[in-house]
Design a protein around this ligand. Structure first.
Ligand code: HEM
Length: 361
């Protein structure tokens, strides 16, 4: 099947979208203010806990076929990259509670028309989670989930893991809340796996030059493939960070960045991110290699820089990779608000790196 040709009318904006967006962003900002009062330090409204900040490089494959040689992948090139590994909750919890894990990376020094002139210099951010779909993949469903998550913030152990769709039993909870409990989520019910062995997904769609795609990042080198499906060693409250630090003390890691092109808007929807696009319709195909050498991903200077100075934002990038669909549109306001509050309260500048040397060792 031929890849869909991008056109702006594949996005459909719901009449109540502006109001719901405002309410959701306000709700998230209120919890961020609460968390700030408890910690007297501002964290991200989501993915507050970092598990490692990595410096690496993204090598775009040579000889990509025309449908994959799009946007920043149009020509073979090697870019510096900074990545932040995280856990999804908007507050700092013990790693003993399974939670979705995040992998955000910033490609430094890309060319192309900017999506949001004024932020991001010349960088392209991609944000991913270790799940192919977002269970609450429309704006109304996301709002319902958020309300319940906040109402149960003090019982994170059972409730948050169920809502996150990461634990056994998630299917029933998702159904009750109006989420989509398809076979994919059921099959992916998971435990507390090593974050470096996971496959990460954009979950929602983005423009891929002339086409539309979801991206994923999967373990490529033996060191990290060996970690897939392995429980993270239980070293305590910061088990994820400990595991990432221990790994990079000795070896590096390689991941394969892949693109899954949309070929059928009905079965691979853009407006509902809870639908994992079927791989039998269009498989994920490799476009680049992301490579990290051994390093200290959690040195004090690195950690403070990653948590307090850097921002990753799906709207920080080029027009050729415009985020698509309701869940992506709502993120435009949410990330800006979260980052502005965090930087203001911590009195830290928001600096976009322009070179490796901007990220401390
Ligand atoms: C498509 C599904 C989504 C994915 C894959 C995703 C992934 C991520 C990741 C990996 C981070 C951490 C970035 C970092 O390390 O700095 C993050 C942060 C964040 N996410 Fe999402 N997210 C998704 C949907 C949403 C939605 C729907 C909202 C809210 C409406 C949201 C709000 C936020 C906020 C506020 C932050 C913190 C931003 C900051 O302070 O810098 N996310 N997300």
């Amino acid at each position: 099947m031929q890849p869909l040709i991008y056109s702006p009318d594949i996005e459909v904006i719901a009449p109540d979208e502006a109001r719901l967006t405002e309410e959701i962003v306000e709700q998230m900002a209120a919890s961020a203010r609460d968390a700030y009062e408890r910690h007297r330090h501002a964290h991200r409204d989501a993915h507050a806990k970092s598990n490692g900040i990595l410096k690496g490089e993204l090598v775009v494959h040579a000889d990509l076929p025309p449908e994959l040689a799009q946007g920043i992948f149009a020509a073979p090139r090697t870019y510096p990259v900074v990545a932040r590994l995280s856990s999804a909750p908007g507050d700092i919890h013990t790693d003993r509670i399974p939670a979705p894990r995040g992998f955000a990376f910033k490609v430094i020094g890309v060319e192309g028309e900017r999506l949001t002139p004024g932020i991001g210099g010349a960088n392209q951010d991609f944000l991913m989670v270790n799940f192919p779909a977002l269970a609450f993949g429309t704006i109304p469903k996301y709002k319902r989930m958020l309300a319940l998550l906040e109402a149960n913030a003090h019982a994170p152990d059972t409730f948050q893991r169920l809502v996150a769709g990461t634990a056994h039993g998630a299917k029933e909870v998702l159904k009750a809340l109006g989420g989509t409990a398809g076979a994919t989520l059921d099959g992916l019910a998971r435990d507390n796996h090593h974050p470096l062995g996971e496959t990460y997904h954009t979950q929602a769609a983005l423009r891929f030059g002339d086409h539309v795609a979801k991206l994923a990042l999967r373990p490529l080198s033996d060191d990290v493939r060996a970690l897939t499906g392995r429980p993270v060693p239980d070293t305590g409250y910061a088990a994820m960070r400990d595991a990432v630090t221990a790994h990079f003390a000795h070896v590096g890691a390689e991941y394969e960045l892949t693109a899954q092109l949309c070929v059928d808007l009905a079965r691979m929807p853009v407006e509902d991110a809870s639908v994992a696009w079927p791989e039998d319709l269009a498989p994920h195909r490799p476009i680049a290699t992301l490579r990290f050498a051994p390093q200290d991903p959690n040195s004090p200077a690195r950690l403070v820089h990653g948590d307090d100075v850097l921002s990753f934002n799906p709207w920080n990038g080029v027009a050729a990779h415009r985020p698509l669909g309701g869940i992506m549109r709502i993120r435009r306001a949410a990330y800006e608000r979260s980052s502005a509050f965090r930087h203001a309260q911590n009195a830290r500048p928001r600096i976009e790196p322009t070179q490796f040397a901007d990220i401390p060792d």
